[in-house]
Design a protein around this ligand. Structure first.
Ligand code: SF4
Length: 356
């Protein structure tokens, strides 16, 4: 897989297609060059960049927005957090999160094939941890053996498919050795950014285990190429159901027609649109976040435009560990100033979420 990891490679490819880098991006690279730390690295695949450059104007903008860094990532809005989902307090040990009673997640690596500029786990992704070791996996297997209330394990990160097939299968085998009945969700953006990674060997290997589900992350219809379709078909042919989680992003998919086209096309590809997430309150992402008020307006209109099968659940992850809450309508209470929605978390506590 060819990776693009610096501004020279990026500008050369963009310039060849008549696209230039704007000042926000130049400033990001300059800031990093001067020695800034604590940022999400830049990396993308040539395939994904070329998908952008071959798309129509709207598709190209939507994909480039997810690829190209911006100096505003160094700004932290008042409501933004390093750990926006409050996962740390639900981690019995590093890289393992048990937030919901019946499921747990394992951060199997911090590597990705590309670093999405909206990533909510940006303080972990692209960091210094690398792939999960056997020594780290052992207590996790023990925990899963003991906690029989856990029914599903999510393998995430980072992108689990940056691991070799051999390593990934070894992790699944270890989990299944203590709890064969556990459902395992493999969460990966590879069908979007490097569909060839979904080889027949990978799909068949995953399909040899019972209860494997694949969850991917398409945000715009222009990402659904013939290569992506072939990748999805390999998974489906191996008996692995494929779900999609999208994030609502400013300038990417924050209009009715983009969302409608995305979800209808996913269905045609055999992928069930599962969730549409409000952008999390992760540091440095406010320039990409759609205000929740507008998100609720959009999603309440969308449900009249597409079938129930095409319509994902719209959900917000409440900051500080309030949990993932599905928002069914526009009628949420706001505070006296109308600036924050008051939303009840899974713990029955009230959480404030910026409306605008
Ligand atoms: S692939 Fe997933 S974990 Fe990696 S940067 Fe994108 S959203 Fe974050």
């Amino acid at each position: 897989m060819a990776g693009i990891e610096n501004i020279t490679q990026l500008s050369n490819l963009l310039n060849a297609s008549g696209v230039s880098i704007d000042k926000h991006t130049n400033e990001w690279f300059m800031r990093v060059k001067k020695g800034s730390t604590d940022y999400l690295p830049f990396l993308t695949t040539e395939y994904y960049l070329q998908t952008a450059l071959q798309a129509d104007d709207a598709g190209c903008r939507a994909i480039l927005k997810q690829i190209i860094p911006d100096i505003r990532e160094f700004d932290t809005a008042e409501c933004e957090l390093k750990d926006p989902l409050g996962e740390e307090k639900f981690s019995p040990f590093p890289r393992f999160v048990h937030r919901y009673e019946d499921r747990a997640l394992i951060l199997v690596t911090d590597r990705c094939a590309m670093y999405c500029r909206h990533c909510f786990r940006r303080s972990f992704s692209g960091g210094i941890n690398g792939p999960l070791s056997d020594a780290e996996l052992t207590p996790m297997a023990g925990y899963l053996a003991e906690h029989r209330e856990i029914n599903e394990v999510l393998l995430t990160g980072g992108d689990p498919l940056t691991l070799s097939n051999e390593r990934l299968f070894k992790i699944i085998a270890r989990i299944k050795s203590v709890r064969p009945e556990l459902v395992v969700r493999v969460c990966s953006r590879m069908p979007v950014v490097n569909p060839d990674r979904i080889s027949r060997a990978l799909a068949d290997g995953l399909g040899s285990y019972e209860g494997i589900w694949f969850v991917t992350h398409f945000n715009h219809a222009a990402e659904l190429t013939e290569y992506s379709r072939a990748a999805v078909r390999r998974l489906l042919a191996a008996g692995i159901p494929v779900l999609n989680q999208s994030v609502l992003l400013k300038g990417v998919n924050d209009d009715l027609s983009s969302l409608k086209e995305l979800f209808q096309k996913l269905l045609r590809f055999g992928v069930k649109p599962y969730y549409l997430f409000q952008g999390d309150l992760a540091r440095g992402t406010s320039h990409l976040r759609v205000p929740l008020r507008r998100a609720l307006e959009l999603t309440s209109k969308l449900k009249y435009e597409i079938s129930g099968m095409a319509m994902p659940r719209f959900a917000v992850d409440l900051p500080g560990g309030g949990g993932k809450i599905t928002l069914p309508s526009q009628s949420h209470p706001v505070d006296d100033e109308g600036e924050f929605y008051i939303i009840k978390g899974l713990d029955n506590e009230e959480y404030r979420y910026p409306a605008n």
